[in-house]
Design a protein around this ligand. Structure first.
Ligand code: MG
Ligand code: MG
Length: 628
C-alpha cells in the first residue's frame, strides 16, 4: 500500500506542503491543479522538486465536465484533455482524475459516456497515461460509484479505470459493500475523507467540512474494508477540503493525515484478515486501565501553595524520590507528583508555563506496545537521562508537547513507586475519601481539537462522545469527552475559540499549558466535602440562585439540598444515574481541581453546570484573568 495525500488537504504554498508531507512519512502526493498553477516553476521543475522530496506524484487532478457533451463542446473537452496530458507528461505523472460532469449541457446516457471514455482512453494511451473516473456526489447524471463503474466497464479500455472516493459514496449513504464486486485491476485510485454528520448541501459539506478518516462520523473503515477486499493495492490518498485545515499548520495536518491512514489500515487488517494486500503490522489499540499519576512541574512558593492545597484535599506526602527533588502525594489510587527539579523536562515546562501538569502517567496493558503503536502512528518518543536507580519507563510527547508515560504490571514498571521513592508516610491512606482520577480536562484552541481526539482514539482503545457546547459568559467553548471503551479512563478536551473565555484565558496565561483541571472520584461526596473543609479546603462558592434552580429542576430531598448548598456541591442527573461535583478555587494561571461522585451509570461531566461554574470562577479572577 502506498500512502498519499492531495496537496489541497494541507495549508501553505506548494513547497511548504511538500516538506510537511515528506516529513510526515507519506509516499506520494496528488497534485491539485491550482497548487501547480500557482507555483512559479515549470512543470518539469515542479515534477523534479516533488521527486527531490522523496515523493511520487500519484495523481493529477481534477479534470472537470468532460463526458456527455456534443458538437463543439465535445471537441473542446477533448482539446482540454490533450492540454492536460501535455502538462502531465512534463510533470511525469501518469494518472488523472476525471470527475463526473456538472455541465448544464451534458446529456447523460451510460453508453454515450462510455464512448467518450473509450475515445479518451485511446488518446491517453498515446501518452502512457491512465484516466480515472470519479462519481461526484452532486454529479449531474452520474453521482454514484456504481454508475461510474458501469461506464468504466462499458468503456472497456486498458487506460480507463474507476476512482473511488469515500466521501462521495458515504455522503450519499451508498452501501460501501457494493465496492466488493468491482475487480481490483479496474480501480485506478482510491481517495479517502471522513466528515462530521451534518445535514447540508452535499457540495458545501464536501468543500468545507471533510476531515481525516477517524475524525468524522462516516463509516470510512467499512469503505476501506470493501476496497481492500477487492485486492486493490494501489495508492490510498487523503483528499480533504476543510476550512479549518486551510488555516492550520502544514506539519500538524500532514502528521494527523498520516496517523489517520496508518490507524485505518491497521483496523482494516484486523477486520479483514483474509485480504491479500500487505499492510504494516503494528500492535493493536492499547487498553488504558486508568491514570497512574499526574505530575506537576512547580517551584518555590507555588510548590508550597500546591502542597497546602493537596494537603487540604486529604493527600499526604507518601514518598520522596531517591535522587531527585520530586515528591509523591497519594490518596487511594490517586497519585500526584510534584517535580521541583531545576534541570530536565519538568524544569523547561515550569519555565514555559509556570506551575503546570507536565506529565500524565497512564496504566496500560503493555507499555512497550503502547509506544510501538504510538511511534508507528507518528508520535514523538520522549527520552530523558535515566538517573541511578530509575526505571526506563516508556514515554511519548502528547499533542501539546506534554509528556505521557506508560506503566504496566507485565514489565515490572508498576514497581516504580517502591523502587524510586523512599516511603515518607503511612501506607495506603484514606485521606478525605478520594479514590482515583475520574477525568483529566485538557484545553486547546478549538481548531486543534481534531488533532487531540485523533491522537487519543488512534493510539488507545478510546472513543469520542458527542461534542457539547459550553457557554462561557465571554464566548463558546466546545467540549468533547474521550473515554476508554470500558469507561474507566476519561479525558475531556475543551476547545477555546477566544482568549476571553475561561479556557482561552488559561491557554493565554499558561502559554499553552494543556491540563486545566483534574477531577478525582469519591464514594460519598458529602463526607469528602466535610472532611476537606475540616482540613482547610476552600471550595468554589456557588450562588444561591443555582440551588433555587436545582430545587425547581429536580426532585431533591430538602435536607440534601441544604447540605449541597452549604458544601457548594453541584448536581446533575440523566436517565442512567446522578452526578455530584464540587470544585477548588482557581490556582496559578487558572488550574483547578474537581471532586466528583457518580451514582449509577451517569456518564457525563455535569455539562449543564459548566456555565455557573465558569461564572463563579471568573468572579474570583482579576480582570486580566489572574486569580484574585
Ligand atoms: Mg475526490
Ligand atoms: Mg470536569
Amino acid at each position: 500500500m502506498k500512502t498519499s495525500i492531495a496537496t489541497v488537504s494541507i495549508s501553505g504554498n506548494l513547497r511548504e506542503k511538500l516538506e510537511a508531507v515528506a516529513r510526515a512519512g507519506f509516499d506520494g502526493i496528488e497534485i491539485f491543479e491550482q497548487d501547480f498553477i500557482a507555483d512559479a516553476g515549470t512543470p518539469r521543475e515542479i515534477g523534479a522538486m516533488i521527486r527531490d522530496h522523496g515523493l511520487e506524484i500519484t495523481l493529477f487532478q481534477p479534470f472537470r465536465d468532460f463526458e456527455g457533451l456534443t458538437g463543439d463542446l465535445r471537441r473542446r473537452a477533448f482539446d482540454r484533455a490533450r492540454h492536460k496530458f501535455d502538462i502531465m507528461a512534463e510533470l511525469e505523472v501518469d494518472r488523472i482524475l476525471v470527475c463526473s460532469s456538472v455541465h448544464p449541457e451534458a446529456l447523460g446516457g451510460i453508453d454515450r459516456a462510455a464512448d467518450d471514455f473509450a475515445e479518451l482512453g485511446d488518446i491517453a494511451a498515446g501518452y502512457g497515461i491512465f484516466v480515472g473516473y470519479e462519481a461526484l456526489a452532486w454529479g449531474r447524471h452520474v453521482n454514484d460509484h456504481r454508475d461510474a463503474w458501469e461506464i468504466v466497464r462499458r468503456a472497456d479500455h486498458d487506460h480507463v479505470g474507476l476512482i473511488l472516493d469515500s466521501f462521495h459514496t458515504l455522503a450519499r449513504r451508498i452501501d460501501p459493500d457494493t465496492i466488493r464486486r468491482i475487480p481490483a485491476d479496474k480501480i485506478l485510485f482510491v481517495q479517502l475523507a471522513d466528515a462530521p454528520m451534518i445535514e447540508m448541501d452535499l457540495l458545501y459539506w464536501s468543500r468545507h467540512f471533510r476531515n481525516m478518516p477517524g475524525e468524522g462520523d462516516l463509516p470510512v473503515t467499512a469503505f476501506m474494508r470493501a476496497v481492500a477486499a477487492t485486492g486493490y493495492d494501489g495508492p490510498i490518498s487523503l483528499e480533504i477540503f476543510n476550512d479549518q485545515f486551510r488555516g492550520g499548520r502544514p506539519d500538524g495536518l500532514a502528521r494527523d493525515g498520516y496517523r489517520s491512514l496508518v490507524a485505518l489500515m491497521d483496523d482494516v487488517r484486523r477486520l479483514e484478515p483474509d485480504i491479500r494486500v500487505a499492510l504494516p503490522d503494528i500492535p493493536a489499540r492499547v487498553h488504558v486501565e486508568g491514570v497512574e499519576f499526574i505530575e506537576f512541574a512547580t517551584r518555590g512558593a507555588e510548590a508550597e501553595a500546591l502542597e497546602r492545597l493537596l494537603g487540604s484535599m486529604g493527600f499526604t506526602r507518601q514518598g520522596q524520590h531517591v535522587s531527585k527533588d520530586v515528591t509523591l502525594w497519594q490518596q487511594g489510587k490517586a497519585r500526584v507528583i510534584l517535580n521541583c527539579e531545576t534541570t530536565g523536562f519538568a524544569n523547561s515546562a515550569f519555565a514555559m508555563h509556570g506551575t503546570t501538569v507536565c506529565d500524565i502517567g497512564l496504566r496500560v496493558t503493555s507499555a512497550a506496545d503502547t509506544t510501538a503503536r504510538a511511534i508507528a502512528l507518528g508520535a514523538t518518543p520522549f527520552q530523558q537521562v535515566i538517573g541511578p536507580g530509575e526505571l526506563d519507563i516508556p514515554a511519548i510527547r502528547g499533542v501539546g508537547g506534554g509528556v505521557m508515560h506508560f506503566i504496566d504490571a507485565e514489565s515490572g514498571l508498576a514497581d516504580v513507586w517502591s523502587l524510586e521513592f523512599r516511603q515518607t508516610g503511612g501506607a495506603d491512606p484514606v485521606g478525605a475519601g478520594l479514590r482515583a482520577v475520574d477525568h483529566v480536562a485538557e484545553t486547546m484552541n478549538y481548531d486543534e481539537m481534531l488533532s487531540w481526539s485523533l491522537f487519543y482514539t488512534s493510539i488507545f482503545d478510546m472513543a469520542r462522545a458527542p461534542m457539547v457546547d459550553v457557554i462561557d459568559p465571554d464566548g463558546l467553548v466546545r467540549s468533547q469527552a474521550i473515554r476508554a471503551t470500558d469507561g474507566g479512563t476519561r479525558i475531556t478536551l475543551n476547545g477555546a475559540e477566544t482568549h476571553r473565555t475561561l479556557a482561552g484565558g488559561f491557554l493565554a496565561e499558561s502559554f499553552g499549558g494543556a491540563v486545566q483541571h483534574v477531577a478525582f472520584s469519591c464514594d460519598d461526596i458529602f463526607q469528602t466535602a466535610r472532611s476537606m473543609a475540616a482540613s482547610g479546603f476552600r471550595p468554589l462558592e456557588m450562588p444561591r440562585n443555582y440551588y433555587r434552580d436545582l430545587e425547581a429542576r429536580f426532585a431533591l430531598d430538602a435536607g440534601k439540598l441544604a447540605q449541597m448548598t452549604a458544601l457548594n456541591i453541584l448536581y446533575d442527573e440523566d436517565a442512567n444515574g446522578a452526578f455530584y461535583q464540587f470544585y477548588s478555587r482557581p490556582f496559578g494561571g487558572g488550574f483547578f481541581f474537581e471532586i466528583v461522585q457518580r451514582v449509577g451509570a451517569y456518564d457525563g461531566y455535569g455539562a449543564p453546570n459548566a456555565p455557573f461554574r465558569i461564572a463563579a470562577q471568573k468572579r474570583l479572577m482579576r480582570p486580566k484573568g489572574m486569580p484574585g
